[in-house]
Design a protein around this ligand. Structure first.
Ligand code: NAP
Length: 269
């Protein structure tokens, strides 16, 4: 609990005053879609939201909405694929305002071009940096600092695509599969340090990312509904959250079926 208190010196010189600091939550990719919706659902008095994205104008609009709900909000334009800058900014932010929760949500989607055999190499690099390298580096840095403070909560936004081979998006699916394994491993490692690690696996959520995906989107859910469910679930620090729930069933089925059958079903669509 000690990280939830800080001491401010009264401007009037009346000495040190103990002030309850807010829950301090970092959300990457807060300028759009799921991150923006989550920010709005987590915004309330007693919460300090640190919202990162690249588009400053969209970030400013979301910050304004969060302030109207009573949150303290700080925004920063951070390109998480610039890994050295990302690390320095994370360190500076956590030093200035120790984080109680970090939601690594920034992500790049997109499917491979249909008119070439492989994927665009530059795109492969970008997706890997944003979806995998940056969240695992960030989570690793923060979990040590949280452990030293007595606890914390790391939230990784994965995808149900981690559980199925996706020939139309090999890099995207594999970054999310890697993130799922990282989450499970880190959770085990950090359990004795009171640092919880939650993997959130969204199905199809209606955001700019999924709108660019030109295929059927079973069980499509709005970002607002998704964020409301996640905001309700996070306080219990669950290991895994899969939303919409139908994908929990599909994941169990995919584990029960022989992999060759799963591949055959996916190849037919
Ligand atoms: N929507 C779905 O159906 C779905 C399903 C499964 C998983 N997910 C996951 O959910 C997360 C959020 O996706 P979304 O659907 O909300 O997509 P989105 O609306 O496209 O938002 C993506 C967010 O990531 C940020 N971002 C991308 N590249 C970045 C970079 N290099 N540096 C910093 N920020 C960067 C974007 O910032 P700017 O816009 O400011 O550049 C934006 O805020 C992703 O991890 C995604 O893989 C989404």
């Amino acid at each position: 609990m000690c990280q939830q208190f800080r001491f401010l010196t009264s401007a009037l010189g009346r000495g040190a005053v103990a002030v309850m600091t807010p829950n301090t939550i970092l959300i990457t990719g807060a300028s759009s879609g799921i991150g923006a919706a989550l920010a709005k659902h987590l915004a309330k008095p007693g919460t300090h939201l640190i919202l990162w994205g690249r588009d400053e104008s969209r970030l400013a609009d979301i910050a304004q909405a969060c302030r109207q709900s009573g949150a303290i909000v700080t925004t920063a334009s951070v390109d998480v694929s610039n890994i050295e800058d990302f690390k320095a900014r994370l360190l500076a932010s956590d030093t200035a305002t120790p984080l109680t929760q970090a939601i690594f949500n920034a992500g790049l989607g997109g499917t491979a071009d249909a008119d070439r055999p492989g994927e665009d190499v530059a795109r492969v690099e970008a997706i890997s940096m944003v979806n995998f390298v940056s969240p695992i580096v960030g989570a690793t840095m923060l979990c040590e600092r949280m452990a030293a403070r007595g606890g914390g909560h790391i939230v990784l936004i994965g995808s149900v695509s981690a559980y199925f081979p996706l020939p139309m998006a090999p890099t995207y699916a594999s970054t999310k599969a890697g993130l799922a394994m990282f989450a499970e491993s880190l959770r085990m490692r950090m359990a004795k340090h009171n640092v919880a690690v939650t993997l959130v696996s969204p199905g199809f959520i209606d955001t700019p990312m999924s709108r660019a995906f030109d295929s059927p989107k079973p069980f499509l859910m709005t970002a607002e509904t998704f964020a409301r469910i996640i905001a309700q679930r996070l306080p219990s620090r669950p290991a895994n959250v899969i939303v919409p729930w139908q994908y929990t069933v599909l994941r169990a089925l995919s584990h029960a079926l022989p992999r060759a059958l799963t591949r055959a079903i996916i190849n037919r669509h």
